[in-house]
Design a protein around this ligand. Structure first.
Ligand code: AMP
Length: 209
């Protein structure tokens, strides 16, 4: 099962991706996570990506496309994969199709998780991530992860000005991909402004249809 998750930043793609990993035992590939890991290791890729991430802008297409060509050529993606945060532009979507075609694969389903932008601003401003276990929670939990005791941190790009820019970049550059996948008859739109389990029921049904 080859899955693309569309949806604005903060729509809940990462949360649903984790549930998909458990259900299908296929890798979760998040370009944002790859860039953040590269940045914390101080690699040239991470330092280059940081320039764009801090402003809420997109990293240049060719850099992302090359990175993903390499990632999708790895053996663990053969049984399937969940793409979270990629593709984000028409050029990336076309490059993805070409790379998959070359290895006899296609995207089976594109899920668009839809949430009102003002709800997203509130969600992201209060989002916190555990520095140790990676669990995503919110500011109400305090400063320490209730599961592992790690420190809860706020992402550098989860401040209101950057959030609003990320949402406008999403509307301009990524939302058009909804029609791209609709034209291929593989798009399923899901209301993401509901409890995680309710959204998950729809996500699972869409993957099993
Ligand atoms: P995310 O964690 O998906 O919200 O991504 C965080 C940031 O990483 C984005 O705001 C972009 O700067 C960068 N990024 C992640 N994925 C992509 C992509 N597919 N194309 C361009 N930039 C990306």
């Amino acid at each position: 099962m080859n899955i693309v998750l569309l949806g604005a930043p903060g729509a809940g793609k990462g949360t649903q991706a984790k549930l998909l990993v458990e259900a299908y035992k296929i890798p979760h590939i998040s370009t944002g996570d790859i860039f953040r890991a590269a940045l914390s290791e101080g690699t040239p890729l991470g330092l280059e990506a940081k320039k764009y991430m801090d402003a809420g802008e997109l990293v240049p297409d060719q850099l992302v496309i090359d990175l993903m060509d390499e990632r999708l050529s790895q053996e663990d993606t053969a049984p399937g994969f969940i793409l979270d945060g990629f593709p984000r532009t028409a050029a990336q979507a076309v490059a993805l199709d070409e790379a998959l075609h070359a290895s006899g694969r296609v995207i089976d389903v594109a899920l668009s998780i839809d949430v009102d932008p003002e709800v997203i601003v509130k969600r992201l401003s209060s989002r916190r991530t555990c520095a140790d276990c990676g669990r995503i929670t919110n500011v109400d939990e305090g400063e320490v992860c209730v599961v592992c005791g790690g420190k809860l941190e706020q992402r550098a790009d989860d401040n209101e000005a950057t959030i609003r820019n990320r949402l406008s970049v999403y509307a301009q550059q990524t939302e058009p991909l909804i029609s791209y996948y609709q034209a291929k008859d593989i798009l399923v739109a899901i209301d993401g402004d509901r409890p995680v389990e309710t959204v998950w029921a729809d996500v699972k049904a869409a993957c099993e249809r």
